[in-house]
Unconditional design. Structure first.
Lengths: 196, 259, 196
């Protein structure tokens, strides 16, 4: 039981905001849903009764996910307001990287790639003049297509976009041939399909 | 004392030399140049296909091996000089080669340690930062570190990829395995309910993934069989029209669905 | 103390792989670094001794980060599509090792050491975000100087560059008879000459 609880904590931890359903947990752990639910309940009790824990389990529409303890909301708010908080610039940087390499690209496509909502970082980048609207996507909605600006090239010391260092998938590591990042290949296929 | 080796297995002439030294149990501080050179040449000859670029590096090394060998044959001064004297003078023609080999060996071994570090690192995982944007104030929108450069951007991209490695199978492999006709029947019911009990056939297939398409199709057939829905068509080639015939969904009624 | 531990767990949880430095924790929690380090140690002990926990605290690239427990690696790997595709080729590892220990260093210097052209592994390492340009060498050509990144520390599980395992030679030195030293000194002289 203890071991199963530890496994569940690990699994819910790494899956982040996505969480896992009981069915997914069943497949991964090869345990019965009854035992899994029991272990999750035990974890919940432990989180609630221990003064040390800063996390809790939230169930939403059949998906279990770890979240920070509600009692600590105030400190999380302080984190968000702290200007040295990396996450904010990290989000902007990730978004910028995607746009630089995949432009022209819509917000939805950026969000698919990052796996999180990206309105804020997009606004930040537009406000900073690093990206701008370069056109509209075909089809319903005619979503805004984003691309980088000259200001972006300036800020990053680039003559042109060709000067961007190549992405991992574009460089073939001498021994990696053939088994290069399967995920990236898959990802690019999907990406191409979406563009068609 | 000849044996086959794949030259692609070597990272260059220094790597090949270290291999030979190890294989021939040679003392790296007293290399018998004649023997090593012969062995090295044999291996170079055994190279079948090699890029010109790389071949030149092996050939340059071959040339310097020959040069060292011939220098060692030259008398330094009149009279006999034994090996020890030669070394003590620090003028041994092999010196430079030996120090290069030793230096390279250091980093070759360090590379092995790095591989171990990499493997240990693969034993644990971090989690993506939580989405805290709801807690942000509007004024924070413009926060962006101006000192960031292209490499920081690449780093951020790399971090995202590492994170997505965990996500990929969650949305594909596992999601697919758990998709059942039973679940999909319910999902079709809810879609219809949301749209006021009626929608077009193609609206029920928003996901373009083969497994989902098949399972959705099967679930529609099952719903028709149970007369939960009805499917009609006004004119030839027009989209099919799907209509809901029941008001409420009852889980018990699904007991008899074959998976 | 318990409350501080809970707060730290919450904060490290939400910041995920961005992590937090002691400085950032100080600012956010308004506690002294001594108390913070004490609380982190206590959390680490708790994670290690409790059979229930599935997480650990690790110092990565200058920050504290929560990571999944190593004992649960196998079960988490079930979530990974292609666990082996991440590893670097021999050429890349050698190049990376040289850069890590000798930074800042130019491509030519790397190639002198390896005895082979190293453009490809260098590109791979840049593309993987493990190394970056840290400046330009003096003299003609103003060759790019390479150094390792924070992502390198992250990817190899290191807190900082001081944590790099000592080079094989440096370990031997202490008990060696000076013969190696002679060669090394000579080599370093040559090397310095080349740099000048």
């Amino acid at each position: 039981m203890k071991q199963l609880m530890s496994k569940i904590e690990s699994l819910l931890f790494v899956t982040g905001d996505d969480g896992l359903t009981i069915k997914q947990l069943e497949i991964i752990t090869e345990e019965h849903s009854k035992d899994l639910i029991g272990a999750i309940k035990a974890l919940q009790n432990d989180y609630a009764s221990s003064g040390i824990r800063g996390i809790e389990i939230k169930e939403l529409a059949g998906t279990y996910q770890l979240i920070s303890k509600k009692e600590n909301a105030e400190i999380i708010q302080k984190l968000v307001e702290n200007p040295t908080n990396q996450s904010l610039s990290q989000a902007s940087l990730e978004t910028l990287a995607i746009i630089a390499y995949k432009q022209p690209i819509t917000r939805i496509e950026v969000e698919d790639l990052r796996g999180v909502k990206s309105e804020r970082p997009l606004h930040t980048l537009v406000a900073k003049g690093l990206i701008h609207e370069v056109g509209r996507a075909e089809g319903t909605g005619r979503a805004i297509l984003y691309g980088t600006t000259n200001e972006f090239l300036n800020a990053f010391g680039l003559m042109n976009l060709q000067e961007l260092p190549p992405l991992p998938d574009e460089v073939v590591d001498s021994e990696d041939d053939g088994q290069t990042d399967l995920f990236m290949t898959k990802f690019q296929e999907t990406f191409r399909d979406q563009q068609d | 004392m000849s044996y086959k080796v794949r030259l692609e297995a070597f990272e260059g002439p220094l790597d090949l030399l270290l291999h030979l030294i190890h294989r021939l149990e040679i003392d790296i501080y007293d290399i018998p140049m004649a023997e090593l050179t012969v062995q090295y040449m044999d291996h170079i000859r055994a190279m079948q296909v090699m890029e010109l670029n790389e071949a030149s590096e092996y050939l340059v090394m071959a040339a310097s091996l020959l040069a060292i060998k011939s220098k060692m044959l030259l008398p330094i001064h009149e009279g006999e000089v034994d090996d020890l004297d030669l070394q003590m003078e620090g003028q041994d023609p092999r010196d430079e080669l030996v120090s290069r080999l030793i230096e390279y060996k250091k980093y070759k071994e360090a590379a092995e340690t790095f591989q171990e570090l990499e493997q240990t690192r693969a034993q644990y995982f971090t989690r993506p930062p939580s989405d805290l944007t709801d807690l942000q104030h509007i004024s924070q929108l413009s926060f962006f570190d101006d000192s960031l450069n292209v490499y920081d951007m690449l780093g951020a991209f790399q971090k995202m990829l590492r994170r997505n490695v965990l996500k990929a199978p969650l949305t594909t492999k596992i999601a697919r395995q758990e998709l059942s006709v039973k679940d999909q029947m319910q999902s079709v019911f809810h879609t219809l309910k949301k749209r006021g009990g009626r929608c077009s056939f193609s609206d029920l297939f928003p996901v373009h993934d083969k497994t989902t398409l098949v399972v959705t199709f099967l679930s529609i057939l099952e719903l028709m069989k149970r007369q939960y829905i009805t499917v009609s068509q006004q004119n030839n080639f027009e989209d099919l029209d799907v209509q809901l015939l029941i008001e409420k969904w009852e889980d018990e009624s699904l007991e008899t669905v074959d998976e």
